[in-house]
Design a protein around this ligand. Structure first.
Ligand code: FEO
Length: 166
């Protein structure tokens, strides 16, 4: 059975992942409002990945005979200065999430909770991938600056993102 302290920490992470999902859905809505439909598609998929992350933790707590909780999350921002600003914020957010996952892992180490360590290994790899993907987009957007022609092509590329299982 999972410890009370670990259960509480994972429930807080479920809440954080649901906030991430809402944040990216809000970003999708912003992208639609500035006619960046490819980026909106990318953000919708990101939002559904975050819901999947929340569910992964949710099911895990239940599997360990614990009690999963659905808790309220704050409203995400709704406006950004531009696409580049929005992706920079997304990257900063992912770095924060990585910090949360590392803290959970440190707790699992301290509690000698090997099963949770195993689960978190997956999330550690996932964060490497998420940060790398977003870093690449930020780099492209920084490179093209204000060029609307190049922005059009980046948006088109973002629209090709396929749904993943994570
Ligand atoms: Fe669930 Fe983007 O980390």
């Amino acid at each position: 059975m999972i410890s009370q302290t670990m259960q509480q920490a994972i429930n807080a992470q479920i809440q954080a992942e649901m906030y991430s999902s809402n944040l990216y859905l809000s970003m999708a809505a912003y992208c639609e409002s500035i006619a960046m439909r490819g980026a909106a598609h990318w953000m919708r998929i990101q939002a559904s990945e975050e819901t999947a992350h929340a569910l992964k933790f949710f099911e895990y707590v239940i599997q360990r005979n614990g009690r999963s909780l659905v808790q309220s999350v704050g409203a995400p921002p709704q406006e950004w200065k531009a696409l580049r600003d929005m992706f920079e914020q997304a990257l900063a957010h992912e770095k924060q999430v990585t910090g949360l996952i590392y803290k959970l892992y440190e707790q699992a180490l301290a509690e000698k909770d090997y099963a949770t360590q195993n689960l978190l290994q997956w999330f550690i790899s996932e964060q490497v991938e998420e940060e790398a993907n977003t870093t690449e987009i930020v780099a492209k957007l920084q490179m093209i600056g204000e060029s609307s022609n190049a922005l059009f092509w980046v948006d088109k590329e973002l629209g090709k993102r396929g749904a993943s299982q994570s």
